[in-house]
Design a protein around this ligand. Sequence first.
Ligand SMILES: Cc1ncc(COP(=O)(O)O)c(C=O)c1O
Length: 494
Amino acid sequence: WLSTSCSSLLLLFWLNKCSKKPQLQKNKHPILQPLSCLFVSIKGMSKDRMIEIRRQNCNPMTMKVTYYKKPVFIHQGYMQWLWDVDGRRYLDLFAGVATVSVGHCHPKVTAAAEQQLKKLWHTTSIYVYPTLHEYCEKLASHFPDPLKVIYLTNSGSESNDLAILMARLHTGNNDIITLRSKFFLFYMTNKGILLILPHMQISLLFSWTMCPDVFRGPWGGSHCRDSPVQTIRECTCAQGHCMANEQYIAQLKETFATSVPNRIAAFFGEPIQGVGGAVQYPKNYLKDAYKLVRERGGICVADEVQTGFGRTGSHFWGFQGHDVIPDMVTMAKGIGNGFPMGAVVTTPEIAASFAKGLHFNTFGGNPLACAVASSVLDTIREDDTQQNSLRVGTYLMTELAKLRDKYEIIGDVRGKGLQIGVEMVRDKASRDPLPPEAMAEIFEDVKDMGVLIGKGAIYGQTFRIKPPMCITKEDVDFFMAVFDKSVRNYMERR
Ligand SMILES: Cc1ncc(COP(=O)(O)O)c(C=O)c1O
């Protein structure tokens, strides 16, 4: 129903008509009313049956990640909105984990997919076809020199897997260093599988260094990070000097001295952490870390799976905000606005080392994915989504900072553009994480009032906000009213 341009036009008209935000009534949940004009009712499987199948026939992990006490049964989406099977509308501030970049079923991207579907779904890279070449050239034009050689994959895990393999082949070294965070990521090289093993120590191939978290970590101050909002911690650092950065870099040096051989293969880091809870490092951390890594023969990999494609607002890529140029960049999620796709970009020199072997990927760079991803790049430019991320994201963080000052349990607000974290605490003095049950209560309340957000960080104490980049200031105002009410509800209940 959303798929013809005619219905898209009607939809836009209706959306305009129906997108008035509901007024918050005192002591009443402002649950969004079903929007019958937009919602196409379905005679599908019952909710109970879906949960039964989920329990019996689906990967058991899907039950674990069913976030809510009363789960959300999604039926359809449009731009920043989702509708459940009963027609209830939600403002989506999580975007399927930072993945829907330009908007659910964006008419332009949908049209590009439709066109390609009618022409050619699949062929392999054995043959030469225009979509792949058009896309590689277009994507490469978004990177500074010497990052010009593109490998197309199907996911972020596959991209990181490939990056590890390339780093090892290029350097002849084995060890990978990354930052400690909620998840220990263990890539089974060559198989393209990412296992996420929480709270397990794996010491075979990876080493972890202390995460330079200037809010929760041992060091941090009042102007460490590149964000419109700084931590509540105080420091005496003079302008341009960051004691916290020096301490965290000293930790990295300690890791080099004690945990890895003299020569390493690679350092992986996200410009702003995703699952880790939007943790931002001190301003010069990545720059200093890259220097140390390169002195040890390693290559520097920026994982832009969450931060890429304009999400951080100030730049197209998160690494640009750190004033570094990595040797390799991995990406996925927002690249296809929800279409499964990933990529790695690297230098001709590293690509030449890899060319000594053979690399082939059946689906990576298939015509459909390339047509969609190419349209996503065009749409980011035409809709000015990067600028929107900056403008709306900065507004959102500034408003959230006011709530942080109002409530004892909101410890930190951070991020850039539309990659935002709100860290919840028992109290500001201890910075102890707000317990999971309390997080779950607020989370459920926000959902019941019509907004979807995410959760993450080491103790699950950080709300994660990473919406489709088309959200507006009005959406922010609505979310702020909902979030304020949910936190107030919790404070009154406890
Ligand atoms: C930073 C980062 N890198 C890699 C991945 C893995 O991506 P995918 O789920 O597409 O395999 C994720 C997934 O959330 C991620 O957040």
